[in-house]
Design a protein around this ligand. Structure first.
Ligand code: HSE
Length: 406
């Protein structure tokens, strides 16, 4: 019998208990022993739920119990999660977490603490919900130099953009729907402003390049500026708008990372990743392109990844699974030099505005969509981010811009 404790009985915590109850026998076969939840930590009470028998409100009870071998942290947020996880490792317990804020901020430190003690710190569920991506990066794609990771890493925003595009839903209705389904973060800004995707691409980049990529250094834009008019133009072009989280290693000294809405067409591997699904495209210098696809959020998919880590921790008692993520900081390249094509909407469609656009942008491709009046839309040629910023200053009539990958 392997005793575990679950810190936090919210959406994911209750999912972990449900998965262990549902698939207990097959999980025991894979782990080599029965996994038993000995404690659940939560400040709230859950009247009528059998979990009440295991509920504790003081983490010290868990830390002081030598029978608890694995601690599952699914509370979210940096504190008190960081303190609890550190304490668990100091007490000789392996830790499994779904907490991307914690992993992005302290992953290198916690991995090192686990390694020094022959324990494990595992975090498959922190990126891509139920999709295996951390383990493949650590253990499968080890013959490759990773040169690009591009993902749709936030289920909530992908759900919102898909509903806006397919069903014409308003932004707020689609967000509320995603929240009701348990996809969204407690603070909606974490999803819609891109912060969640930013932490996830920071984690993937740190693992891919073996160094600390600070999420604070990653240029991040969310989807709050995307309007139904943008979506109409995208549809007229046969394109979709997706929130991309990307990191590209152009050479050893030049890695850039960003989170931003992107227009893509059917020839892009992430075009068909819709609704709450996540997709992650990885390019290695030997293997070429690899795609990962699946449920990126939600109670059971995320719990599935957490429990899979518990199984891995159970199979590796007193044996550290080595993960290369040094705390040495990777300095990211200046985003202003990165090049994209842009979709641009300008207020007004007079000959003088068209001439101004032509003079400033040179070769452009006009874009039209039905029932949109008094504006002019076009695709630019490849421009550096800084050039686009300068052009926006010179042309105050610009209403919006979206980066384009076609
Ligand atoms: N709010 C996150 C999402 C949950 O929508 O993807 C999974 O990390």
């Amino acid at each position: 019998m392997i005793n575990i404790a679950v810190l936090g009985y919210g959406t994911i915590g209750s999912g972990v208990v449900e998965v262990l109850n549902t698939n207990g026998d097959s999980i025991a076969k894979r782990a080599g022993d029965q996994i038993q939840v000995k404690y659940v930590l939560d400040r709230k009470e859950f009247p009528g739920d059998p979990i009440m028998e295991k509920l504790v409100s003081d983490v010290q009870v868990i830390l002081d119990d030598p029978e608890v071998k694995i601690v599952v942290e699914v509370m979210g947020g940096v504190e008190p999660a960081f303190t609890f996880v550190k304490s668990a490792l100091l007490k000789g317990k392996s830790v499994v977490t779904s907490n991307k804020e914690l992993v992005a901020k302290h992953g290198a430190k916690l991995l090192n603490m686990a390694k020094e003690r022959n324990l494990n710190f595992l975090f498959e569920a922190s990126v891509g919900g139920g999709i295996p991506i951390i383990r493949p990066l650590n253990q499968s794609l080890t013959a490759d130099e990773i040169v690009e990771i591009t993902g749709i890493l936030n289920g909530t925003t992908n759900y919102i953009l898909s509903k806006m595009s397919d069903e014409g839903l308003e932004f707020d209705t689609a967000l509320k729907d995603a929240q009701d389904r348990g996809y969204a973060e407690r603070n909606p800004a974490a999803d819609i402003e891109g912060y969640d995707s930013c932490r996830k691409i920071a984690i993937l980049s740190s693992l891919a390049y073996g160094m600390q990529v600070d999420f604070e250094d990653i240029y991040t834009e969310g989807i709050t500026q995307i309007t139904d008019t943008d979506i109409k133009y995208a549809k007229a072009m046969g394109a979709r708008v997706k929130l991309f989280a990307t990191s590209v290693r152009e050479n050893e000294d030049h890695v850039y990372a960003m989170v931003a809405p992107m227009m893509i067409k059917a020839d892009h591997p992430l075009f068909s990743v819709n609704d709450v699904f996540n997709g992650i495209f990885v390019r290695g210098n030997v293997i070429g392109d690899v795609m990962f696809y699946g449920s990126g959020a939600g109670k059971l998919p995320t719990a599935s990844a957490v429990v899979a880590d518990v199984v891995d921790a159970a199979k590796h008692m007193n044996k550290n699974i080595w993960t290369i993520w040094s705390s040495k900081k990777l300095e990211l390249a200046d985003i202003n030099q990165v090049k994209h094509r842009f979709f641009v909407r300008v207020e007004g469609n007079s000959d003088s505005i068209k001439k101004k656009v032509k003079d400033l942008f040179g070769g452009i491709k006009e874009v039209t969509a039905d029932h949109i009046e008094n504006e002019y839309a076009f695709l630019t040629s490849l421009l550096e981010e800084q050039e686009m910023k300068d052009l926006r200053e010179k042309l105050p009539e610009i209403r919006s811009t979206i980066r384009v990958r076609f």
